[in-house]
Design a protein around this ligand. Structure first.
Ligand code: NAD
Length: 374
């Protein structure tokens, strides 16, 4: 059976869905792996490394796809896929394409919808990518911050440590806390889920936030934050406003699944910050947590605050992001691999399969994408 790995076509997408390492393991499963020429270049994986791993390097997408039954991608491919293809990637953001997969007879699996259960941890693309995004956010903040993170005691005098405030302490935020601490910053963080408070403290950061009866149940059964009331957000804003005015670096990571990211840093809060301060908004793909964020850009506000609103933060650390993403996809396929038939076998009743499958047998089957019946 042939598996194709295409060169990503979406603007700014630097990742690739298989690395030479995972290509080799896919071949060991009994697959023929065809990689479109140049697919790994932006992540630092040249064609020759795929060839050395045993993959066929195809000159273009059509050649890679010829006869392929499985396609690995990061984001939805533009190339037309033959009916019967099993397409595995992160597809849910492109909701308009889902009906087309069904019509085209494609079995589409969107890995960012995998349930947050122990069995799915090693295929959890949200976690693998958010972890790197959190790291990269702090590194980029340090790169544009005009002072430095650690306290520097020199013969010429002392430079104080940077105050860094991490908003949202999920996977990305916890890595941002750890990275800012490693750089020597004085780190604080906030979240709405009660469990996050202990995690923040266990990483050596201080907790700054608002808690009440409502926030005691701020976490869904799936582990995500719930959308909370306007009253809660107003009180949270009151608590963090005074704190933000004293920060050198603010890293925004807060998300509420399926919704626009909450605005946690208002224009007034940005205006209260010192010139030279930095806000990094890795929630920008979901609209951003900062009112001054311009998705895809770094801007400097009139009071001299740099706001980094770049999108696709994992793509800014592409070799590591691709390595982990590719392993997530490999683990998914290996978990649902019929060794005798040397073919994938996705039991429709399996929790993980139910979670990720968008379309099957010519129909949309995922609850989030079913056509409205009313
Ligand atoms: P996420 O990316 O959806 O959100 C990031 C963070 O923003 C979350 O911690 C959320 O609580 C926070 N947030 C939302 N609104 C906020 C607000 N108004 N103010 C401050 N913070 C706000 O979340 P995530 O990083 O994907 O993970 C969320 C949880 O799932 C974590 O507890 C994580 O440990 C857990 N998780 C479990 C598994 C597993 O069991 N397999 C895997 C991955 C993650």
């Amino acid at each position: 059976m042939r598996l194709a790995v295409l060169k990503e076509t979406k603007a700014g997408e630097s990742r690739v869905a298989a690395t030479p390492e995972t290509a080799k393991k896919l071949i060991a499963l009994g697959l023929t792996v065809a990689v479109e020429a140049g697919a790994g270049l932006a992540s630092g994986f040249p064609d020759a490394e795929y060839a050395a791993a045993g993959a066929e390097v195809a000159p273009d997408a059509a050649a890679a796809l010829a006869g392929a039954k499985i396609v690995f991608c990061v984001r939805a491919p533009d190339a037309p896929l033959p009916s019967g293809t099993l397409l595995i990637g992160t597809l849910a953001a492109d909701a308009d394409a889902v009906a087309g997969y069904a019509q085209g007879g494609i079995e589409a699996c969107s890995m960012e919808l995998a349930p947050r259960i122990t069995r799915a941890q090693s295929m959890d693309v949200l976690s693998s990518q958010a972890n790197l995004a959190g790291y990269r956010a702090v590194i980029e903040a340090a790169g544009v911050f005009d002072r430095g993170f650690p306290m520097l005691m020199t013969a010429a005098g002392t430079i104080p440590a940077a105050n860094a405030f991490i908003m949202g302490a999920g996977v990305a935020g916890l890595q941002a806390i750890a990275t800012a601490r490693r750089l020597g910053g004085r780190v604080s963080a906030t979240d709405v889920r009660p469990a996050a408070k202990e995690e923040i403290k266990s990483l050596g950061a201080s907790f700054v936030g608002y808690e009440d009866e409502e926030s005691k149940s701020a976490q869904t059964a799936g582990g995500y934050a719930k959308q909370l009331s306007a009253d809660f957000y107003a009180r949270q804003a009151e608590v963090v406003a005074a704190h933000i005015a004293k920060q050198d670096v603010v890293v925004c990571t807060a998300l509420v699944q399926g919704r626009r990211a909450p605005i946690l840093v208002t224009e007034a809060m940005v205006a209260s910050m010192k010139p030279g301060s930095v806000i990094v908004d890795i929630a920008s793909d979901a609209g951003g947590n900062c009112a001054a964020t311009v998705p895809g850009q770094m801007i400097t506000t009139p009071n001299g605050v740099k706001v980094l609103g770049f999108t696709n933060w994992p793509g800014r650390i592409p070799a590591a992001a691709s390595a982990l993403y590719a392993r997530n996809l490999l683990t998914f396929l290996t978990t649902f691999w019929d060794k005798e038939a040397k073919a994938p076998k996705l039991p429709p009743e399996d929790d993980i399969v139910v979670g990720v499958t968008l379309t099957r047998g010519g129909a949309v089957v995922h609850k989030n994408f079913l056509p409205a019946t009313a």
